[in-house]
Design a protein around this ligand. Structure first.
Ligand code: NIG
Ligand code: FE
Length: 429
């Protein structure tokens, strides 16, 4: 037919195409899916050209390849906005101890927990770290994740932290999921500094942050600087130490994140808002004044329900209070070798619906467009709109509410990353 526009790929006939168009969703706007029934998406050069009704797009575009979504759901790939993906080893014995009643923070104080993973990560080569992380990325991709934030934080000395950053860059190049790096040198106090927490804080500020900035400039081409994150918690970095590290990082040009209020509400979220951090994460015990501050800010609240679930705790992020305060809420796995070895954003949605009392629509928006905002990528990913990266998944379900409703399995049938079909879980044509 004349007048048709040539394109690379047309995905059509989706029962529901969830566009998530219109930018990050705050407060009561969370859950605006932008559903197109019998929807289609035209893709060229890895980007979305147009979304709309199949009938219209099939007349407009002549595609080299077509996928008939045959009554399935099409939505943006999940953005996992908080992971500790890169580590060596496992902590199975610790899990057994926790099941028997041991406490997460007490295990850490006794030299286990994060520090057990630090011992294994410090002696691992970059290649070994990459080899151990790759299967986790493959699993995440198979469950529909197409972008992921990845933290260092199991080196806790300059050279080992830089090896983790090098590993993240290698992993980014080795597989389809786009990785956004974060430097978390302030994840715990290494054994050398167990009696000198201020000394380690000073090491992070005076040695590690400048070293990361210089290493990045020399090794990461033109990529923007990693985020800098701090574990602000009782027994770990105090609010004063956290502030010192984040202010130093900001002065060096790094964008900011924080682990706050996981076990105690110490004011870390307020510091994040004050410094204009991109996100504040965990937020289980966040004081009301910090929830109010979040609602007046652009800082994204990242809830990590796998963490209380993994520790079998009763309390979760007060998502409804954050939304009532007009906050921007996102969801992520917190994938790590301790409480939350989980690669599946679908499982996170299931937890979010039950324990954060989110609707499936709210959970989906929190895991896509708002999660993209939490890693500073809302202009590129997290929704299906003209000009954005063509990262999408096809689900084997005819109603989007199967996400959240069902758990423990995998609804993803096809994953498309930057316009390429990178994974098929069953034979769709
Ligand atoms: O975000 N809370 C601190 N860090 C991780 C856990 C890391 C670990 O136990 O290895 C978290 O939950
Ligand atoms: Fe974390």
């Amino acid at each position: 037919m004349s007048g048709m526009i040539e394109t690379d790929l047309l995905v059509h006939s989706a029962a529901q195409l969830l566009t998530l168009a219109g930018g990050p969703q705050r407060g009561s706007a969370l859950g605006t899916l932008g559903i197109i029934r019998s929807g289609a998406v035209a893709i060229r050069n890895g980007k979305v050209v147009e979304v709309g009704p199949s009938e219209k797009l099939r007349k407009r575009f002549r595609a080299k390849d077509e996928i008939d979504a045959r009554g399935r759901i099409v939505l943006p790939g999940f953005v996992d906005a908080h992971t500790h993906l890169i580590w060596a080893g496992a902590r199975v014995a610790e899990f057994e101890m926790r099941v028997a009643g041991a406490n997460y923070m007490e295990i850490m104080e006794a030299g286990g927990g994060i520090l057990a993973t630090v011992r294994e990560t410090r002696v691992a080569s970059v290649d070994e770290l990459v080899a151990q992380a790759l299967p986790r990325l493959r699993s995440a991709l198979a469950h529909g994740t197409t972008s992921m934030e990845v933290k260092t934080g199991y080196g806790l000395e300059t050279a080992a932290e830089l090896r983790s950053l090098a590993g993240i860059l290698q992993l980014d190049a080795a597989q389809p999921i786009d990785l956004t790096p974060t430097f978390l040198g302030a994840h715990a106090f290494p054994p050398e500094y167990s009696d000198d927490h201020d000394g380690y804080t000073e090491l992070v500020c005076a040695e590690m942050l400048p070293a990361v900035r210089d290493w990045w400039a020399a090794n990461a081409d033109e990529r923007r600087l990693p985020f800098v994150d701090v574990f602000c918690e009782t027994g770990v970095f105090t609010p004063a130490q956290s502030r010192r590290i984040l202010e130093r990082a900001q002065a060096l040009g790094f964008p900011l994140k924080i682990h706050a209020d996981e076990f105690d509400g110490l004011g870390g979220t307020g510091i994040a808002v004050e410094l204009g951090a991109t996100s504040a994460d965990h937020l289980v015990h966040t004081p009301p004044e910090d929830i109010a501050a979040l609602g007046r800010s652009e800082t994204v609240a990242v809830a990590l329900p796998c963490s209380p679930f993994g520790l079998a705790e009763a309390e979760y992020t007060p998502a409804r209070a954050i939304l009532e305060a007009d906050g921007i809420l996102a969801l992520a796995t917190d994938m790590n070798p301790g409480p939350a070895w989980c690669e599946s954003m679908q499982f996170v949605l299931a937890l979010g619906c039950r324990y954060l009392r989110l609707t499936p629509a709210q959970a989906i928006a929190a895991a896509t467009i708002n999660a993209a905002a939490a890693i500073g990528r809302a202009g590129q990913v997290g929704s299906l709109e003209a000009g954005k990266q063509a990262d999408l998944v096809l689900l084997g379900a005819s109603d989007y509410r199967h996400l959240g409703y069902r758990f423990g399995g995998n609804l993803v049938e096809v994953v498309i990353k930057a316009g390429d079909v990178v994974l098929r879980n069953t034979a769709l044509t």
